[in-house]
Design a protein around this ligand. Sequence first.
Ligand code: ZZB
Length: 263
Amino acid sequence: QEYTAIKLEVLEWSQEGSLAASAIPELAGQRIFLVAATLRPETMYGQTNCFVGTGLEYGFFQSKDTNQVYVVSERAARNMAFQGLSPENGRVVKLGSITGQAIIGTKVNAPLSEYKNGVYVLPMENVLATKGTGVVTSVPSDSPDDYAALRDLKKKPEYYGIDAKWVEGFDPIPVLSTEAYGEMSAPVLCDKMKVSSQKDRIQLAEAKEAAYKEGFYSGTMSIGDFKGLPVAVAKQMVRLQLKECGDAFYYAEPEGLVMSRSG
Ligand code: ZZB
């Protein structure tokens, strides 16, 4: 899989995150980014939050750029080291670690997002440790998984242990339109497939498949520099733009390892 890795810079740590980060002297004076792997760079205008797995472990890894540290899974950091993304080819420089739980509530900058003042890091049950970086950027307009998880959090913030302010006012933003599902493919598909929560894995998988297909083959951009262009064309342009301005880099994952569940 050839992902676009989006750099979400930490603007303000959660309480726990701040404790964890300040205990690592090597982080002083460095910019810290949560890095999310996406297959849909053209949807970044609609980011409303970031998701991590509360039970997952993340590391702080020195990147090839001086004074820039990436927060990703150990597995992703190892792959990155072989793609010229660490200070020295094949070598991982780990500065420390942090749990997903400790990152919850951290405010990050989401590149291109309409939420210019930053978005929050929130918990999602279905974050896989074995895919991407273990950090997921959330686009509830076009990703059924994200829509279902954000809706759960808005319904029961206390149950999920989050502050209601981290979700209040962070609503889906129209990014692209398709003939079949209009400007909000994820909410429409979640209704259609009767998804009642993020636990409805089977319906969500079906909704995701439909959203991918319709978006790619018949979507037209509703926002941004490539407004009016087909999604299939804009995808590459947004991707390049994000890379050129330093807000993203390309990250490949060996196909065979993506689905590996042996761990
Ligand atoms: C933003 C986005 C916007 C995404 C969208 C999808 C959609 P796939 O399709 O299964 O190969 N993702 C990335 N890493 C993880 C992880 N560790 N655990 C769970 N989900 C993860 O997976 C690629 C997509 O799955 C990625 O692209 C990411 O969400 C999520 F509008 O990023 B995406 C119809 C989908 N729409």
